[in-house]
Design a binder for this molecule. Structure first.
Ligand code: C5P
Length: 284
């Protein structure tokens, strides 16, 4: 029986400016989303019913019940395709949960892609994006799974200009951070949008440009979960790290390095001090 596997890569917000708030409470963003080469994986195969099993390091942090975003994605897609929502799904959960790197959103996007193939269905890009947005503000960009400038609440996607290869160390204090709580705790100030509009292939100038931008949710995340501040301090004070920032609503932070060796050395040093934190040395 054929098995379809689709990667659900970690999403990283290189910067995240909150530029306004809609009447329904959702916030308007300006952000550059990139995707790591590593992440979770969705496997699907035919079945006469819908089921989900979760494996991997973070399996225990998630429920396999109906409220899992993977099952929600399967049901919404089936409805749009006039298809019975039947498939055996396995989610390999390698990324920490409630971590600001789009784990759930990326899993949902990968599920949509995998099931379209399994069910041999086609729907328009517009319809697929609508389903994605109903599942979560970050799901449309996770469907793209390549660098995008994001605005609106997450639904307006513009291809990002060419970027240099980036070696990154992702670090999470292994403490979940609630996205609604972080948005609620943020101050009332808004930032200006500051999208990347021109090609940026030189590493040093890219890092300099990025340093002019920030993550408007960092302060609130650090207040709610002080260990996020410790992660930012550890990365930011490492002499090999060229820039450290938080992704999404936290608590995962990333350090940018000029090569994978420097990223490994930094990982080794921090891991010795904080063996209970989560680390991923990856590329985008
Ligand atoms: O859409 P998603 O489920 O990822 O959003 C989780 C929560 O984060 C929302 O309920 C909202 O409180 C907050 N949020 C927001 N503005 C966004 C995205 C999320 O206020 N653009």
């Amino acid at each position: 029986m054929s098995i379809i596997s689709v990667k659900a890569p970690a999403k990283i917000n290189l910067y995240l400016h909150i530029t306004g708030r809609r009447e329904d409470g959702y916030h308007l963003l300006d952000s550059l989303f990139v995707f790591a080469k590593d992440g979770d994986v969705i496997h699907v195969r035919s079945s006469d019913r819908l089921s989900l099993k979760i494996t991997g390091a973070y399996a225990k942090n998630l429920s396999e019940e109906d409220d899992n975003i993977v099952l929600k994605a399967a049901r919404l897609l089936a409805e749009s395709c006039h298809q019975e929502p039947v498939a055996e799904i396995v989610l390999e959960k390698n990324l920490p949960v409630s971590a600001g790197i789009g784990g759930g959103s990326s899993d949902a996007a990968a599920t949509l892609k995998a099931l379209l193939r399994l069910w041999n269905k086609r729907i328009s890009d517009r319809e697929l994006k609508e389903i994605a947005l109903r599942l979560g503000a970050d799901v449309p960009s996770c469907l793209a799974a390549k660098p995008v400038q994001v605005s609106g609440i997450g639904e307006i996607l513009t291809p990002a200009p060419e970027l240099p290869d980036l070696h990154m160390l992702l670090v999470n204090p292994n403490r979940p951070v609630s996205t609604p709580a972080v948005f609620k705790a943020r101050g009332e100030n808004f930032s200006e949008p500051f999208p990347f509009t021109r090609k940026m292939t030189d590493f040093a100038s890219f890092v300099r440009e990025l340093s002019y931008r920030h993550n408007d949710l960092s302060q609130a995340a650090c207040q709610i979960e002080p260990s996020v501040f410790d992660v930012l301090e550890e990365l930011g004070s490492d002499p090999l790290c060229r820039l450290a920032r938080m992704s999404g609503s936290g608590g995962t932070c990333f350090g940018i390095f000029s090569n994978c060796f420097d990223a490994s050395l930094c990982c080794h040093r921090i891991q010795k001090k904080h063996p209970d934190w989560w680390f991923l040395n990856t590329r985008v």
